[in-house]
Design a protein around this ligand. Structure first.
Ligand code: TRP
Ligand code: ZN
Length: 885
């Protein structure tokens, strides 16, 4: 908890550390009512910082200091200074050894940062600044040290003792205890430290590196989950192979371990050689995990594994550089997933997510650049901007340099900075040096916040046979940044003739056309590109593959969008044309509703979807994506002022119209796919994901009609499915249906069957929390009393509270403010338990500027109530105060 005014930390104040830690020797004595941590730090003056011996200021929080010694000289209380965040001692030589012993209380640690207990096991989470809750240290990523770790614990309760690196020795100790020592040969910052002690089983496999050496792979889980590790293990091996093939990166230790824990603030953590995962990102098997969960496991396993190079071997100089490792690693894992599954579908999912959530963040009070220039609490900056927009920025570098140039740049980056803690500027410098490129202006993507607007207009000159596109870019003001300079915006595009064929693209002044799809770099506030040899006015296909994270507008009419949906050679843009068509149609319905008119759906949307649904040559996953209307959250994001009720009504109206008018086609698709599902064993691969996704969206539409055959189909699928993907969708459509008896019966049967599987119960909570039926808040409050629910488990909070406030917009934004009050109460309670989770759950309230005056007032009042509620964590304090600024 905060005791003083929280401090703002600025990038411009960065200074290299006064001292370095060459070696870190840790001994942990784990007990049930406390733990002891003995640290021996072999230190020296940082030569970069000049002469003299300034005081050594170590970070440390919530530690009880038992002993300190400098070069074996015991320090008396007068020899050091202690406050609630630091320990200061005065070295008397350039090289010295500092010994400390502290007492800590992992058994009481509900913040899940530092050393804590998840169920019966001990585990750690040190990123970003958790290590200071374990021992006194220079807890900053530019201090890299060689670690040895000894863990001593009761043999019976904690037969497995793990830490980073290689096991060096182990043996019995007194009083039924035992010990194990681990040594990590690689220098690392403290945030990559990890320790695990528990009664765990493991699945073991091995991987043969390109160089021929074997690596032992182990996934540790609680015994009841030993049958749910195969998918993660397969994903790990694929990741290791992929990083060798695509980036030339080999694994560097003889053992790689993953541990699954139930209580975890985020998805997973890339600790060197010992990744610790939220169990939701490891455990997967057909009966208990959906296709989406399987894909998430694959993606997160890859992400954490890829960090071994992009994050661990080359790490961040300071936390402002977080996107150096996160943006790059998200880019890497997205490419991996694209290669393992369907590239276009992966891109569609990522872009939909970015535009809905990151664009909203970029337009809100917490907007910040990919490389922020200040923060109060770094935990608040593990954001969509740093991760997802950061990945887009890396993707644009690749688009601008080409695949080969990008690989040359990444090779140089890894080689030049191996073992170092560096900056995003160093990353870009390597890309520039390897390619002889100048990315000076491009770097504004790192320093300027906000989503650029790119307005495009066209002009065709029949006589000159030229076609011009004019791009005008601008970027709205964000907190602390009123004026923005032009970005470098790579626009991938094509021009379609009236048959839908791509035209050769030859700019005026060029001797020939380099191709039919190309990338233009828009660098000016306003810029025109003119193509020659164009015989008739073409239709532009712009920003193919979403080549830049911008809001592009072009005055397409609905017929043109339908044409692009059918003919664009870029799969992403075919989907995008459908989305734009749907947005236009939905916005028209929203207007009708607001004016109190009868809703009339533009039939062209039905025509377009009918042809998509009827086209059996299209990938089923693409059909499913194209049938999905833009979500309420996205419609909110693109509104000036969002009318919650109108958005919900309009979208539901359109869904029912689609369901009714396309009923035959939906039924035939549903039955064909369900038939295949019924007779096929579950396989976690793209073509099976595709079939089930179309089958499930068809069922969701069909159930909107609430007809007896639809109910029958839902019940059949619920009862008979052999996998969670089909079963959960069946449950969801029943939960959202008017069939009360069947709904209750299904919910009970599901809970009874899966009551011992917390991850499945999370799904059960989510499905109910997200249901738009009236009475949502009362349902959520009742579910909070369910024995399987606890505020201490982040997955439970996300499943129930997060799903309600983030996905159930019509209920959360109830006009009486009851949803807001509920969320504020919860944040106040969570603030004391787990500040990181409290601060994240607050996000929906930070979006108050999007709503009408009455809701704005209610939301702000709740933010003010939180602000006044007493001792706020720095996490919650920062978000609340910035939201009200
Ligand atoms: N580095 C982790 C990742 O791969 C992020 C992370 C895991 C994290 N646990 C955390 C960040 C706790 C802050 C706090 O993305
Ligand atoms: Zn990461």
């Amino acid at each position: 908890m905060r005791t003083e005014q929280p401090q703002v930390i600025y990038l411009k104040d960065y200074q290299a550390p006064d001292y370095l830690i060459d070696e870190t020797h840790l001994t942990f004595e784990l007990f049930e009512d406390h733990s002891l941590v003995h640290a021996q730090l072999v230190m020296r003056r940082n030569p970069e910082r000049g002469a003299g011996l300034p005081p050594l200021v170590l970070d440390g929080q919530q530690l009880e200091l038992l002993r300190a010694a400098l070069d074996d000289q015991e320090l008396a209380p007068g020899d050091y200074r202690l406050d609630d965040a630091t320990l200061t001692v005065q070295p008397s030589a350039e090289r010295f050894t500092l010994d400390t012993s502290v007492k800590i209380h992992p058994e009481r640690n509900t913040a899940l940062e530092g050393l804590y207990k998840s169920g019966s096991m001990f585990c750690t989470q040190c990123e970003a600044e958790g290590f200071r809750k374990i021992t006194y240290y220079l807890d900053r990523p530019d201090v890299m040290s060689r670690f040895t770790t000894t863990v001593i614990a009761e043999q019976h309760r904690y037969p497995v003792l793990l830490s980073n690196g290689n096991p060096v020795d182990s043996g019995p100790a007194d009083e039924g205890r035992h010990w194990a020592t681990w040594e990590d040969p690689f220098k690392k910052p403290a945030y990559l430290f990890a320790l695990v002690a528990g009664d765990l089983w493991c699945v073991e496999d091995s991987f043969t590196r390109q160089s021929g050496r074997d690596v032992t792979l182990r996934i540790y889980v609680e015994p009841e989950n030993i049958d749910k590790c195969a998918h993660a293990m397969a994903s790990l091996k694929k990741s290791m192979r992929w990083d060798e093939e695509v980036y030339g990166r080999e694994y560097d230790l003889d053992i790689f371990m993953i541990v699954a824990v139930n209580d975890f603030n985020m998805g997973a953590m890339e600790n060197k050689g010992l990744n610790i995962f939220n169990s939701s990102c490891v455990l997967a098997r057909a009966e208990t995990a959906t296709d989406a969960a399987h894909q998430r496991v694959e993606g997160v396993v890859a992400h954490e594994y890829f960090h071994n190079w992009s994050g661990n071997r080359v790490t961040c100089r300071d936390w402002f550089q977080l996107s150096l490792k996160e943006g790059f690693t998200v880019f890497r894992d997205a490419e991996f997933s694209a290669d393992m599954n369907s590239r276009t579908v992966k891109r569609i999912e990522d872009v939909a997510y970015l535009r809905t959530h990151q664009f909203a963040e970029d337009a809100g009070p917490m907007a910040h650049p990919v490389r922020p220039d200040s923060f109060i609490e770094i935990s608040n900056f593990y954001t969509l901007t740093v991760y997802e927009k950061g990945a887009e920025v890396v993707g644009m570098v690749r688009t601008l340099l080409g695949d080969e140039g990008f690989r040359k740049g990444s090779d140089l980056y890894f080689e030049r900075h191996d073992g170092q803690a560096v900056t995003t500027d160093d990353f870009i410098q390597a890309m520039e040096d390897a390619n002889g490129a100048d990315l000076t202006q491009f770097k504004r993507w790192y320093s300027q916040a906000g989503t650029p607007r790119l307005a495009v207009s066209e002009a065709y000159d029949a006589e000159a046979r030229t076609y011009s596109l004019t791009f005008r870019q601008s970027c709205p003001a964000t907190p602390g940044q009123d004026q923005k300079l032009p970005f470098v915006i790579p626009v991938a595009l094509g021009l379609l003739d009236d048959q839908g064929r791509d035209l050769p693209l030859q700019l005026v002044g060029e001797a020939s056309a380099p191709g039919t799809s190309r990338v233009l770099a828009v660098t000016e506030a306003e810029q025109t590109f003119t193509f020659q040899g164009i015989d008739a006015r073409p239709l532009p296909s712009l920003l193919r593959g979403f080549s830049a994270p911008v809001k592009l507008t072009f005055p397409y009419d609905r017929n043109q969008l339908m044409f692009l949906m059918q003919h664009d050679s870029d799969g992403f843009n075919r989907w995008e044309a459908g989305q734009q068509l749907a947005v236009q149609v939905l916005q028209e319905l929203i207007g009708q509703h607001r004016r109190g008119e009868a809703l009339v759906l533009d039939q062209r949307l039905i025509t377009a979807l009918a042809s998509v649904l009827g086209d059996t040559s299209l990938d089923a996953a693409m059909v499913a994506e194209m049938l999905s209307l833009p979500g309420e959250a996205y419609l909110t994001e693109i509104s000036e002022v969002a009318d919650v009720e109108a958005i919900h009504t309009a979208r539901e109206f359109a869904r029912r119209q689609i369901a009714e008018q396309l009923s035959d086609a939906l039924w035939s698709r549903y039955q064909a796919h369900r038939q295949v599902s019924r007779s096929t064993a579950y396989v976690a691969e793209a073509e099976h994901f595709a079939r089930r996704s179309l089958q499930n969206i068809a069922l969701s539409y069909l159930m909107l009609g609430a007809t007896p055959p639809a109910l029958e189909a839902a019940l059949e699928q619920f009862d008979q499915a052999d996998n969670m993907t089909e079963r959960l969708t069946a449950l969801a459509v029943l939960v959202n249906s008017p069939f009360e008896a069947e709904r209750a019966k299904a919910l009970n049967a599901f809970a009874e069957h899966f009551k011992d599987n917390p991850l499945v119960m999370d799904q059960w909570f989510s499905v109910q929390a997200a249901s738009p039926l009236p009475g949502g808040l009362a349902r959520v409050k009742a579910l909070m009393q369910h024995p399987a629910f606890t505020l201490k488990n982040p997955n439970k909070v996300r499943a129930l509270v997060g799903a309600f406030a983030g996905q159930n917009l019509i209920n959360f934004h109830a006009a009486d403010g009851s949803g807001y009050r509920f969320l504020a109460d919860l944040v106040i309670e969570l603030n004391a338990l787990n500040p990181q989770i409290a601060s994240r759950q607050l996000t929906p309230l930070t979006r108050w500027r999007k709503y009408d005056a009455a809701r704005q007032a209610l939301m702000k009042a709740e933010l003010e109530r939180i602000r006044a509620s007493g001792s706020l964590s720095s996490d919650v304090y920062e978000v609340v105060s910035k939201s009200l600024a």
